[in-house]
Design a protein around this ligand. Sequence first.
Ligand code: FAD
Length: 401
Amino acid sequence: MSNGVVIVGGGEAGGQAAISLRQGGYDAPVTIIGDEPYVPYERPALSKQFLAGEMDMERMYLRAPDFYDQKNISLRLGERVTAIMPGQGVTTHSGDIAAEAIVLATGGRVRTLPVDGADLPGVHYLRSFDDVLAFRDRLAAKTKIAIVGGGYIGLEVAAVATKLGCAVTVLEMEERVLNRVVAPEVSAFYTRIHTEEGVEIRTGTTVTGFTGSDRLTGVACSDGTTREVDLAIVGIGIVPNVDLAEAAGLDVDNGIVVDALTRTSHPGVYAAGDCTNHPNDLLGRRLRLESVQNALSQGKTAANAILGNATPYAEVPWFWSDQYDVKLQMVGINDPGDDVVIRGDDKTRSFSVCYLRGGVLVAINAINRPKDFLQAKKAIAAGLKPDVAKLADSDVALKEL
Ligand code: FAD
């Protein structure tokens, strides 16, 4: 009998790989080893409904806890894999586990801020249930919060905290929020709606340290000021967990290098989710993505590859962000040099920003325009070269182009 598959990491990619293995009829042992004490769960609500106290943990589980028993998937939670031995198995602090195939679904860990005072109580990060539970109770009226980093997670936390009555300041070192990921028009929109809701957005501001004796009382900034705060939430990105892969001699380059079937440079070792650097033929490039769509699809791809049903992974990436009454849905990958066409009026709360490269639609940010998002998915996959005047006309449906 085969030693089966060991999945390292019980997040969305790892959980999905196990689910897809069983759905595909895999009948050898399947083990998920995850260092968090929870069954695989979806993280997006951590900075949205769960943070706001509007969603229970159970609703974020990928599958109910008894699913794993029913499907004969062994869950080893609160256990950390310390080494992988390709072709043989893995090692944890409680011993060796044999496996024919290994799936690395190790995700990423938060990037920490290397400044004085960063270890003071009151300075928090946000990646897991435990991270949120450590500070959620403190989001109450009059709490003064500094959010370090004006990316999606920082802005989502700002939206929740301000709704709960906190006094919120976002400190962003770049000249605009969401600088790396969207056009200036979208950054300006988010600065406007947050300001309207009472959030202070300070761009071009670097945090140089946290102050306080036994707990956080202030955030020191590059302009020489120190802001008085009760709480700081740092959201400055993640670092992919590639240490196990590196130690085992697998190719690593901003993520574990895999092919379109999620195979690493070592036979029998696969990788899926936030930890991978993977090719995408539809986009004609390699990339590392941090999104649910990518984690779930690569988890499925890894399972299919193990089952011998090779189906290369090539999807147009998509992602979303919820802030206040605004749902942003993004599809495709835009670059700084892309031409930008606005559909609708960016002074309202419903418009889309379209990105064109060489006349081809490559990405869209749809703000409260779900139809644009759905239709753009197909248009981008098909390589649509739209008529720009029609594209700019929000009364013309994308599917008519
Ligand atoms: P992870 O979810 O990071 O899971 C990896 C797991 O492996 C972790 O539990 C980790 O602790 C464990 N692990 C690592 N090393 C070991 C080891 N050696 N031994 C055992 N276990 C190990 N995406 C969207 O598309 N839309 C959103 O709106 C959105 N919002 C988000 C909001 C927040 C607050 C966060 C944190 C993420 C959000 N994302 C969103 C991103 C999305 O959740 C991630 O892309 C996805 O969770 C990645 O899944 P993964 O399984 O690759 O990695």
